[in-house]
Design a protein around this ligand. Structure first.
Ligand SMILES: NCCCC(=O)O
Length: 240
């Protein structure tokens, strides 16, 4: 019997936070929208902190979301930091790379969102544009602070991304200043913005690893997370 609510692990991260009257300290956090969107899709969200050895938790989840956040350390793809590169958290890069490796080893479905998509590429030897406006000549992918502005995306028709979304042209909520540059081994691009920015990647050797540069948790379109929750259900059955 299909489990009613598969468990989807979400990679969280450490940030200095202030809350209440007394508290100001490093906290494990993730925007609430991720948990809400996963719950709305019918799964149980489980936040995974960036701590050493955390990859063992992959055995306890049915699928893994690598979430958005700060920039990946450029050293991971053989580059020096650009002046605009910000929010680097080496411990998060390490923990998420270990989570991804464990998920691939176990055959656990993986969805990379924004930074998570970039990590999918870097993990296989790909590189990133460190500051997209320098490449495309505009700031449309991150036009205002904390505003997830919409833009159009075209999806390759015969792709996992198209099957997951059920269409090949959509408007997506977006907030990023970096993007995939050179693709890693067995990584293909399957969606693009009009300016050529890669908007989705897949692993050609895996049926259920997908990354999107946009933020499905911030939009009104539930299809991607509904598809991913179904993949999590199937994974739960496969691993019983
Ligand atoms: N590089 C981290 C993901 C967000 C961004 O590109 O701005």
């Amino acid at each position: 019997m299909s489990p009613a609510r598969p468990v989807i692990g979400l990679s969280a991260y450490s940030e200095h936070a202030r809350w209440g009257e007394a508290w100001s300290m490093p906290a494990t956090l993730l925007p609430q929208a991720y948990a809400d969107a996963v719950a709305a899709a019918g799964a149980l969200p489980l936040l995974i902190p960036s701590v050493t050895g955390v990859a063992a938790i992959v055995d306890r989840v049915d699928a893994l979301i690598l979430a958005g956040g700060g920039d990946i350390d450029p050293a991971r793809y053989g580059a020096s930091p650009d002046a605009e590169t910000a929010g680097v958290r080496p411990e998060r890069d390490g923990a998420e790379s270990e989570l991804l490796a464990a998920a691939l080893e176990r055959g656990t479905p993986v969805l990379g969102i924004c930074r998570g998509m970039q990590l999918l590429n870097v993990a296989r030897g790909g590189t990133l544009h460190q500051h997209l406006p320098d490449v495309v000549g505009h700031s449309g992918h991150r036009s205002e602070v904390a505003v997830f502005g919409p833009h159009d995306v075209k999806v390759a028709p015969d792709s996992l991304t198209a099957r997951a979304l059920g269409e090949t042209a959509l408007s997506v909520p977006s907030y990023h200043h970096q993007a995939v540059d050179r693709l890693g081994r067995d990584v293909i691009a399957t969606a693009w913005c009009d300016d050529g920015t890669v908007e989705a990647v897949e692993y050609t050797d895996r049926p259920d690893v997908l990354g999107v540069q946009w933020h499905p948790e911030m939009g009104a379109d539930p299809r991607l997370l509904a598809w991913f929750t179904e993949r999590a259900r199937v994974s739960a059955l496969d691993h019983r």
